[in-house]
Design a binder for this molecule. Structure first.
Ligand SMILES: *[C@@H]1O[C@H](CO)[C@@H](O)[C@H](O)[C@H]1NC(C)=O
Length: 603
């Protein structure tokens, strides 16, 4: 019964929000009409059928595109849709299959990552060949398209990362040739798998070879202690905060033990040696930073591939030209961000970033920025930049339109809610906030011991501000005025999907607040699986709600909300499958090459 009452509460909360938010689109329209705003200063109820005269009043007529000559125009001579399909398939294989597999293999220094890199370039070459051929045999249907130019920039970035990789390999080959051990086994381990370090020179010998192993060992022992302590604390049902306090003390003792004479050999070492160690530690940190930057850039390539995919679809379908461009950019960029954010959140649910404590688990390494801090920071940054962007098109002294005020105030909300979110993630600020407890004449020593230990809820980050921001954005966009009823419905659809994410994220915190994570293993809150689904799906429908797409759908009699929703849901499920494959593959490779985490069943 203890569990069922919060569930009951939560469900009534959801029902309340869903009901409160629901309004027939027509009513919503008549509400927004009163403040005199509409997309094209169009007054009256949203139109049911497309009025071509009305469309051409605001936009240039849509010229034919690669899509129309390939599929729609009857009797057109040079149609080669096959080449374009080939291009799409091979570029997708390169960026969404070979590249993630390569990243996963590289993360464990698996020798097969060279194969994945070769497959990536092979697919890229085939894909580019097909598109080159296509452009030779079809007329140019899109003046000033940037898809191919930008594509070469992305591939150039990939090539420079590979060049960096080749450079380190060459350096390792040179090191290897200088080293004493010239066996094939050593070559494989040092050059191909980039595993062990060779002895660098006489003055550092004995340190260089020992350092990494010792470090690994120590780290492992700390992690082991952590797991043991977790279990011990569970068994003794001791306050969690206490256990962590103990654990921290053990941690510092353990690290002191290594630094100061863990073995008699080291205690005899001279000042020179300590200095060498410090330099080594420093270069180790630099190497770590370089490795991290490389990893981030490599993952950014997947995102760049996604941007290229969108741009390719735009170019092929001939959209986003002349004065459609701004709205198009806004929808595709923001929708794309929500889509990627949803997939990333699902990856976190699956256990990605558990090493940083971002999978709703205890951070095994401590003191990293929390996921909530990162989310709030991105939200803050987005608000900061977008506050000014809305007026880019306006001259100084132009009156603020209703639409501008709507969008600017959303950006201002992002900015300040992001700041609040960052603030309450700061441990220092949280300590300041807690200090008001002792402002009066309270004496901590008079209190019973349980009353002064940290509450269980201090263990996790319970920060509803990112969810609040996205939920409110969704609710606002669900009420966005549009010229056509179909556009209103599509906006309401993705707005409500974002609201659903906000509600479900709050439920995650609700349940985790009752039972904070006590393990370093990912805790997989089911509300997050649902929430990330709604977020990604909302982002996709956001992209579908681009004015030109909705007009094209109405022109072809495809203005059906359920069809749009189902297509978005199907694509989201496909992308979730892909995410599961990527995260699962990485875990599989890792569990095969490294000592796996031993699960302990709770007694
Ligand atoms: C289409 O829009 C134009 C311009 O707003 C208007 O004059 C015309 O009456 C509309 N046609 C229909 C069928 O509503």
């Amino acid at each position: 019964m203890r569990v069922s009452s919060p569930i009951f509460f939560a469900l009534s909360f959801v029902l309340l929000i869903v009901n409160a938010d629901y309004q027939p689109p027509l009513n919503r329209r008549s509400l927004s009409q009163r403040d005199g705003h509409s997309h094209h200063a169009h007054k009256g109820a949203p139109l049911l059928v497309l009025n071509e005269t009305e469309v051409t009043m605001h936009h240039a007529p849509t010229p034919p595109s690669y899509y129309t000559i390939d599929w729609e125009e009857e009797g057109y001579q040079s149609r080669y849709p096959g080449l374009m399909i080939f291009h799409g398939i091979f570029m997708s294989l390169a960026f969404f299959v070979a590249l993630p597999i390569g990243i996963a293999l590289r993360s464990v220094n698996h020798a097969a990552h060279y194969m994945a890199t070769l497959a990536f370039y092979g697919c890229c070459a085939l894909g580019c060949f097909a598109s080159g051929l296509y452009r030779k045999v079809t007329p140019n249907m899109y003046e000033g398209a940037v898809h191919s130019k930008q594509g070469y920039v992305v591939i150039l970035a990939a090539v420079s990362l590979s060049a960096l990789d080749i450079f380190t390999t060459i350096r390792r080959i040179i090191d290897f040739c200088r080293g004493p051990d010239k066996s094939f086994k050593s070559f494989w381990r040092y050059v191909v798998k980039k595993e062990v370090r060779l002895e660098a020179g006489p003055e550092y010998s004995g340190i260089v070879t020992e350092e990494p192993e010792e470090y690994e060992f120590n780290r492992e022992s700390v992690e082991l202690q952590e797991v043991c302590l977790n279990n011990a604390s569970e068994q003794r049902t001791e306050q969690w905060a206490n256990a962590v306090h103990h654990h921290r003390r053990h941690y510092s003792l353990a690290s002191e033990g290594t630094l100061l004479g863990s073995s008699p050999r080291h205690s005899q070492d001279t000042f020179q040696n300590a200095k060498a160690r410090r330099i080594l530690a420093h270069s180790g940190r630099l190497r770590q930073l370089a490795k991290g930057t490389f990893a981030v850039l490599e993952r950014a390539l997947v995102m760049a591939g996604f941007a290229q995919l969108l741009l390719g679809i735009v170019t092929y379908s001939g959209g986003c030209r002349s004065n459609y461009q701004n709205g198009c950019l806004a929808h595709l960029i923001k929708g794309g961000i929500f889509w990627c954010y949803g997939l990333l959140t699902f990856a976190r649910f699956l256990g990605s970033f558990a090493d940083l404590g971002w999978a709703w688990n205890l951070s095994p390494s401590g003191n990293f920025y929390t996921a909530e801090f990162t989310e709030s920071f991105v939200i803050f940054l987005y608000g900061l930049t977008n506050t000014w962007m809305e007026r880019f098109g306006a001259k100084a002294g132009d009156p603020f339109t209703t639409k501008q005020i709507q969008h600017i105030s959303i950006a201002v909300m992002f900015c300040f809610a992001g700041l609040v979110g960052m603030g309450i993630e700061s441990k220092r600020i949280r300590n300041w906030l807690a200090s008001s407890t002792f402002a009066s004449s309270t004496h901590a020593e008079d209190m019973p011991r349980e009353a002064v230990v940290e509450p269980l809820s201090y263990m996790g980050s319970f920060n509803p501000f990112p969810a609040l921001v996205i939920g409110v954005t969704g609710a606002a966009m669900a009420a966005h005025a549009q010229t056509y009823l179909f556009q209103v419905q599509i906006h309401a659809l993705w707005g409500n999907l974002l609201v659903a994410f906000g509600v479900l994220r709050c439920l995650t915190y609700f349940f985790l607040w009752l039972g904070p994570p006590r393990s370093i293993l990912p805790s997989r809150p089911p509300t997050e699986a649902l929430g990330s689904f709604f977020l990604a799906c909302g982002g996709l429908v956001f992209m579908f709600s681009t004015e030109e797409v909705t007009i094209a759908a109405m022109r072809r009699g495809r203005d059906d909300v359920m069809m749009f929703l189902n297509v978005a849901v199907a694509l989201t499920c496909f992308a979730f499958c892909w995410t599961l494959f990527v995260v699962g593959f990485k875990g599989w490779v890792k569990s095969r090459t490294q000592v796996a985490v031993t699960y302990r069943n709770a007694a």
